[in-house]
Design a protein around this ligand. Structure first.
Ligand SMILES: [Fe+2]
Length: 210
């Protein structure tokens, strides 16, 4: 009898083999709709991956990020990289955007609450040099358990940040430079705790010095 729990039939290696041909084709379309299609294909396959097939690596601190968050490159390829992250229990992986592309997060271990935001104005209208204050809109909030997926599209949901649960949080970010010409240096965002407009989820934010 089917229990209703989705079967996890793919290893990470089988996932990459299955998804790469179509992913390579779809990654050539850098339009907003093209990136959504690309992520949809990644997510459909990634949701069938057994989290236990992805080994826990040695994590390292990353410049500008807090010490209780670690990263490890665990898949190097084209069109995507696989970057694992580990967040200590209760710690926060700060909000940051991905202007140069997209992310499909496959959650692996523990629990986390992820929030996605998007910029209230077009990303190419932002001053990435002077920075200053910006307005963002909260688009998504999701509780992640192993096997769950969260997507960072472009421009939709382009900003994400994670709060780890009491046993910490590990995931793998399937990261693609769909728009490498729009890439900017790593920048963290501080987002106000209360919205300016609760109905539309508009928040004030400012860039963190790092
Ligand atoms: Fe990210």
């Amino acid at each position: 009898m089917h229990t209703g729990i989705r079967e996890r039939e793919l290893t990470w290696a089988e996932f990459t083999e299955e998804v790469l041909p179509e992913a390579r084709t779809l990654a050539t379309d850098a339009s907003a709709a093209g990136i959504e299609r690309y992520l949809g294909v990644l997510a459909a396959s990634a949701s069938r991956v057994d989290p236990a097939s992805i080994a826990r690596p040695q994590f390292s601190a990353y410049p500008g990020y807090p010490d209780d968050v670690g990263f490890a490159l665990s898949h190097r390829g084209s069109p995507f990289l696989g970057v694992q992250f580990w967040i200590e229990p209760g710690a926060f992986l700060p909000f940051h955007p991905h202007p140069g592309g997209s992310v499909c997060t496959l959650f692996l271990e523990g629990a986390a609450r992820v929030s996605n935001f998007e910029f209230a104005e077009p990303m190419d209208a932002l001053d990435w040099e002077k920075k200053g204050d910006v307005l963002v809109r909260r688009t998504r909030e999701q509780l992640l358990h192993p096997g769950d997926i969260n997507l960072v599209a472009n421009p939709r949901d382009n900003i994400h940040g994670f709060r780890a649960g009491p046993k910490g949080a590990r995931g793998i970010d399937i990261t693609t430079g769909n728009r490498p010409e729009n890439r900017h240096g790593d920048s963290l965002l501080e987002i106000a705790g209360a919205p300016r407009d609760a109905t539309l989820g508009v928040f004030e934010a400012h860039w963190r010095d790092s």
